[in-house]
Write a protein that binds this ligand. Structure first.
Ligand SMILES: Cc1cc2nc3c(=O)[nH]c(=O)nc-3n(C[C@H](O)[C@H](O)[C@H](O)COP(=O)(O)OP(=O)(O)OC[C@H]3O[C@@H](n4cnc5c(N)ncnc54)[C@H](O)[C@@H]3O)c2cc1C
Length: 449
């Protein structure tokens, strides 16, 4: 007889994990605290409730990484995608769904599955025995959050994300920007050139501060600022404290020489740093912000060198519980210090319904394979699933780790294709074609077992 798989949290990730493992023949128990214990965002006791927008974003599986992830999940018989397709609403190229019937259908399908049982109640301790997946999401209950923190250390669990915008490296104007670490610090050339610098004149800086102060901002929810503001002030809050604050903070111009114009002393400098090992994504250092998305792109494109920037993700500050996966999880999504526990969903440091469900799909299959005594490697690197799981379990910089959406910047380059904006369409198609082949191989190998 095989052992049960216990899943804490019946959201996007927990529901998908349960479905996958149950279909592999493993008995699953979902432990869901709602409706007994509520969160500030959920409204119902349904599994897989969409807490805010009703969109799974782009459904384009050739030119969009989230659309490709949809495709991979459909091929893997994912319940989240199948149910989304069933309750689809017209939304152009996006996959929008009728949220209540969607969640009710997922709940009914899981409840009806002969291998799945749902137990309602909060779990607030880390389990010591058995096979577990923790998929408690951005609003993990306080008790369980404390237990995780106790195991991982205070620095390895965050209760808020403070996301600085992330830019595609190939959209930056390198005739304006240059690579240099402050005071050329570092022993190797790579370290001495670890930062990309965008210079500003006094006029450009003043105009930037004006735009920042005037930009539309999102309001904080109650409790969102508590204990948060110490280390990570949003740039617009810094600007509000004084026009020079940013010039003495993240935009200080010291220790840098503009390699294009060595005689010109910049009045302020915006720095960007690698956000992934591939170097295809760069985050704008210290630029966490609550500006609304439209305002954000307008204001950030005022930065010299970023006039044509494409953003892999924009900045934000939210209530969000997530662990430092690059240091805590192995490639099988197991907690290194307690390998009987896997993590899945937004708590692993991915962001969004689709990415969370995708991590549930993978964790469910990996856990079930382990219970059944089968060897199953994690998702292939060149798939959307693989690029994402690789990012959170190793590709991302652990020191600056913040939640990530799936995007083509996470993919290994395809040899022989043109870089830059012009080559993008062909590049994305090539990433998608390659991903589909590798994903299908990974699935086929499992069905042959
Ligand atoms: C306010 C808000 C708005 C958001 N808006 C969007 C959006 O518009 N689009 C988008 O793509 N993403 C959005 N997100 C992110 C969204 O939450 C995730 O994309 C997705 O729901 C995460 O899936 P998950 O399974 O990891 O977590 P969830 O879907 O939140 O599921 C976690 C489940 O665990 C349960 N749980 C928590 N603690 C315990 C415990 N101790 N014991 C038992 N059960 C527990 C919860 O009740 C919940 O059902 C938003 C998040 C928040 C907080």
């Amino acid at each position: 007889m095989t052992q049960d798989l216990h899943i804490i949290g019946g959201g996007m990730a927990g529901s998908e994990a349960a479905w996958q493992a149950a279909n592999m023949g493993v008995s699953v128990v979902i432990h869901e605290m709602r409706p007994k214990v509520e969160t500030f965002a959920h409204r119902t006791g349904d599994l897989a409730e969409m807490v805010c927008s009703n969109s799974f974003r782009s459904d384009d599986h050739e030119q969009n990484a989230v659309g490709l992830l949809h495709w991979e999940m459909r091929q893997a018989n994912g319940i989240i995608m199948a149910t989304a397709d069933k309750h689809r609403l017209p939304a152009g190229g996006a996959l929008a769904v009728d949220r209540d019937p969607f969640a009710q259908s997922v709940t009914a399908a899981l409840m009806d599955h002969p291998n799945i049982r749902v137990e309602y109640g909060e779990i607030s301790e880390l389990p010591t025995e058995g096979h577990w997946i923790i998929a408690t999401g951005p609003l993990t209950s306080a008790g369980l959050g404390a237990a995780i923190q106790n195991e991982t250390g205070a620095d390895a669990l965050a209760f808020f994300d403070a996301i600085a915008p992330i830019v595609y490296a190939d959209s930056i104007d390198m005739d304006v920007a240059w690579m240099q670490s402050r005071y050329d610090k570092g022993d190797t050339e790579a370290e001495q050139k670890a930062y990309l610098n965008c210079p500003m004149t006094k006029d450009q800086y003043e105009a930037f501060i004006d735009a920042l102060l005037a930009a539309d901002k999102t309001e904080f929810h109650e409790g969102e600022t508590a204990g948060y503001f110490d280390g990570c002030l949003p740039i617009e809050v810094m600007a509000d404290r004084g026009r020079e604050t940013l010039r003495f903070g993240p935009m200080k111009p010291v220790g840098l020489t503009n390699s294009h114009k060595p005689e010109d002393k910049p009045y302020a400098v915006v720095q960007l740093r690698k956000d992934n090992a591939l170097g295809t994504l760069l985050n704008i250092v210290g630029f966490q912000t609550k500006m609304k998305y439209g305002a954000q792109t307008d204001v950030l494109r005022m930065i010299p060198g970023l006039e044509n920037a494409s953003f892999a993700r924009l900045g934000g500050i939210h209530r969000n519980t997530f662990i430092n996966s690059p240091t805590l999880l192995d490639e099988q999504m197991r907690l290194k210090s307690r390998p009987n526990i896997r993590f899945a969903g937004q708590i692993t440091g991915v962001e969004g319904y689709v990415e969370s469900a995708a991590m549930g799909l993978l964790a469910g299959r990996l856990a079930a394979a382990e219970i059944l005594g089968r060897t199953l490697n994690t998702a292939p690197l060149n798939t959307a699933m693989g690029a994402l799981v690789h990012h959170i379990t190793g590709g991302a910089d652990a020191k600056t780790f913040q939640p990530m959406n799936v995007n083509f910047g996470l993919f290994q380059p395809v040899d022989g294709l043109k870089g830059g904006r012009r080559g993008r369409k062909d590049r994305y198609k090539a990433y998608s074609d390659r991903a589909k082949i590798d994903w299908q191989h990974w699935l086929d190998a499992q069905s042959e077992e």
